[in-house]
Design a protein around this ligand. Structure first.
Ligand code: SF4
Length: 385
């Protein structure tokens, strides 16, 4: 199956279904639905919990809702969860999940347990493909097919929670402790749906994640960095990967629209709650962004805000022209940053043996497709920007 390449990235949403997708409705919208169906208000709370705390996959499972109410729901809204297409287990405990959406698209999420630190993190996707076209990234070669809905974004979390409980891997009711929006897609290019998914995932009546344990990553869509800071309380990660505009224009074409100076200004304006830091992700490419001059510039950039730097050794993607820096170069960057007082660490490459590591998610079979053209010609206009 091949994905369509959507050049006009201003209209990437899925066609609206005839009946609304119930998992994408907000708590208020569920309340209005329940009232319209003539049911008592507390039924909305019950329904919300079935969807977002008990991870129900069908109305039949909702055993304490009257049959007549369930029949009315069936007629008014759809509940069509993601279907597990494949799960791949790495020797390091990482599990890569491939999901099939109702319209047949494939997306991926990656589960990364860290029992030493008591963390079980899920990396989730926000779009089918990605329009950003980063030259090193397998997803970036696919182009953008469409945005995921709030229900599809939150649904990855619900279904992995359910999977971990059912497989007996982790006791319930909420096995996952941390979320990172770093899978397929650029989260801030699907801002409204990402924000709606956060409302579900942080809800006390839902999975009840703490905003301290949820990180949204961006390649650098500056207007929506400011919106994320103003409208949510989650943490921010910046995928930086270069220290000059000349280099970043090539590695991450989004930089042709918003330069490094614009990005750093947005970071300075981002609210730093409770001693938080912005995470800067820096993937090291041999001979491209790993010189001593890069190290000096990186220090100067990240010192502008409370920051920590994750150094990532590149995972080679066949067909893409980037090579990983040697491990000693990664260590040289860590030492250099730490000596200058910058918190830095090498991010563990999880699931490398199952292509689940950073920049390797491409559910349609890997590199070979071209990115959407919009961002290269100044058309980038994120929804809600
Ligand atoms: Fe998109 Fe992220 Fe890949 Fe860049 S690195 S193409 S933003 S998925």
């Amino acid at each position: 199956m091949s994905l369509p390449i959507v050049a006009d990235i201003q209209q990437p949403g899925a066609a609206a279904p005839a009946r609304p997708e119930v998992r994408s409705l907000s708590r208020e919208e569920l309340g209005a639905l329940v009232a319209r169906l003539g049911e008592k208000p507390y039924r909305a709370g019950q329904l919300y919990k079935w969807l977002h705390q008990k991870y129900a996959l069908s109305f039949e499972e909702m055993s304490d809702l009257p049959k007549a109410f369930r029949a009315k729901l069936q007629a008014e809204v759809v509940l069509e969860p993601l279907v597990l297409d494949k799960d791949q287990r790495s020797t390091d405990g990482t599990i890569k999940f491939r999901w099939r959406t109702t319209d047949g698209k494939l997306i991926e999420s990656v589960y990364m347990p860290d029992e030493e630190r008591g963390r079980r993190t899920l990396c989730i996707s926000t779009q089918v493909g990605c329009a950003m076209g980063c030259g090193f990234c397998a997803t970036g070669t696919m182009g953008l097919a469409r945005n995921l809905t709030p229900g599809e974004i939150a649904g990855q979390v619900h279904q992995v929670n359910r999977f971990l409980i059912e497989e007996g891997l982790v006791p319930g009711p909420r096995p996952l402790t941390n979320l990172v929006y770093m899978g397929m897609g650029e989260p801030l290019h699907n801002f409204e749906n990402v924000k709606a998914s956060l409302e579900i995932l942080l809800s006390e009546e839902g999975p009840n994640f703490s905003h301290r344990h949820v990180t949204v990553s961006t390649a650098g869509i500056v207007p929506n960095i400011l919106r994320l800071g103003a409208e949510t309380e989650v943490k921010l990660a910046i995928s930086l990967n270069a220290t000059t505009d000349e280099c970043r224009d090539k590695v991450m074409p989004v930089n042709r629209r918003w330069k490094i100076a614009d990005l750093m200004e947005a970071c300075r304006k981002f609210p730093m709650r409770q001693g938080r830091r912005i995470t800067f992700e820096y993937v090291l490419f041999d001979g491209i962004n790993d010189t001593d001059a890069d190290l000096e510039r990186l220090v100067q950039l990240v010192r502008q805000v409370p920051a920590k730097v994750n150094l990532i050794q590149y995972n080679k993607n066949e067909g893409l022209p980037y090579e990983p820096s040697p491990p000693e170069r990664v260590q040289h960057f860590i030492d250099g940053l730490m000596r200058r007082g910058v918190q830095a660490m090498a991010r563990k490459n999880r699931g490398r043996d199952i292509l689940a590591a950073c920049g390797q998610l491409a559910a349609e079979g890997g590199p070979g497709r071209k990115p959407a053209k919009g961002i290269l010609t100044g058309q980038l206009a994120p929804r809600g920007a």
